[in-house]
Design a protein around this ligand. Structure first.
Ligand SMILES: Nc1ncnc2c1ncn2[C@@H]1O[C@H](COP(=O)(O)OP(=O)(O)O)[C@@H](O)[C@H]1O
Ligand SMILES: [Mg+2]
Length: 281
């Protein structure tokens, strides 16, 4: 599966989700590649990896450059990363004049050598919808949308969903929504409660059962360059991403006690996979 982690807002937990969800996929036995599509380059750093300079830029601009050359081991089993840095900013501009510019990443990621090597590829997007993010949407089978339960959350999801609809109509009809996942949630804070309720009402079939609460353990883990299941194994913060991993993989459903600390009623009637035909809002 190629899973794009997208949101036009910054600071909502895209990179945190890419790292910890990817690390849990790997921990569950899957072979995982994490790809940074944000010139800020936080992804590899958050895993304690010093990225190869210009790796992601070359993926976009050098047709002969294999993504396997760009992939670096994180030191954690079954978990590799392709790093980005500020040089990727140039690709955003240069690609504008390239023929079939929206399909560059898809061509690279669907090469047989990559498909054989990895079970899942996670794409950590930048907080804007330019040609790099469109490349991620075209390359993805599914999208995961982290939403901080704060002011303007509904507006940001609405905007993103209309972009997704356009991409489906024009570039990638097979694109589905894996879920909208509430992040940095504070259950006792009024605004968080109101926003979560709004998301439940507006996107009942897309909202994940797992809610990622606000825990200082996440930034602390990133500071140490470690995924949460290494930095704080068995903590509530760790359990949350384990639950999300199982939910996205379609495991841990009926019959198993909910691994989340705040179990909620299931909103899905389809084993956790949002239906492609459902309206987007
Ligand atoms: N659930 C959370 N609880 C507390 N802090 C979080 C949580 N998710 C992310 N953060 C912190 O918020 C900041 C922004 O998160 P990040 O994942 O980099 O967002 P994005 O990639 O969407 O810009 C980082 O310092 C990160 O450690
Ligand atoms: Mg980020």
């Amino acid at each position: 599966m190629i899973l794009g982690i997208v949101q036009e807002k910054g600071g909502v937990g895209k990179t945190t989700t890419t790292i910890n969800l990817g690390a849990w996929f790997a921990n569950l036995g899957h072979r995982v590649l994490l790809v940074d599509l944000d010139p800020q380059g936080n992804l590899a750093r958050g895993l304690g990896v010093t990225g190869t300079p210009g790796a992601m830029y070359r993926v976009f601009r050098d047709p002969a450059y294999d993504i396997l050359e760009a992939a670096q081991s994180t030191g954690y089993d079954r978990l590799d990363v392709v790093a980005a840095d500020t040089s990727l900013e140039a690709a955003e501009i240069e690609l504008v004049s390239v023929l079939s510019r929206e399909h560059v990443l898809r061509r690279k990621l669907t090469a047989p050598s990559i498909m054989e090597r990895y079970d899942h590829i996670l794409l950590d997007c930048r907080p804007s919808v330019g040609v790099l993010t469109i490349n991620a949407m075209v390359a993805s089978d599914r999208l995961l949308v982290p939403v901080e339960t704060q002011y303007f959350a509904l507006e940001s999801v609405h905007t993103l969903m209309s972009v997704v609809q356009t991409v489906r109509e024009t570039l990638n009809p097979a694109l589905t929504i894996a879920g909208i996942v509430p992040t940095k949630h504070e259950p006792r804070v009024r605004v968080c409660q109101v926003v979560l309720k709004g998301l439940e009402e507006r996107y009942p079939s897309y909202l994940t059962r797992t809610i990622i609460r606000k825990y200082v353990a996440y930034p602390e883990a990133q500071l140490r360059g470690a995924p949460i299941h290494i930095a704080a194994p068995g903590s509530e913060a760790d359990d949350a991403y384990r639950a999300l991993a199982l939910e996205i993989l379609g495991e841990g459903q009926a019959g198993e006690p909910a691994p989340v600390k705040t179990p909620r009623r299931s909103r899905r009637d389809d084993a956790g996979v949002a239906q492609p035909g459902l309206p987007l809002e």
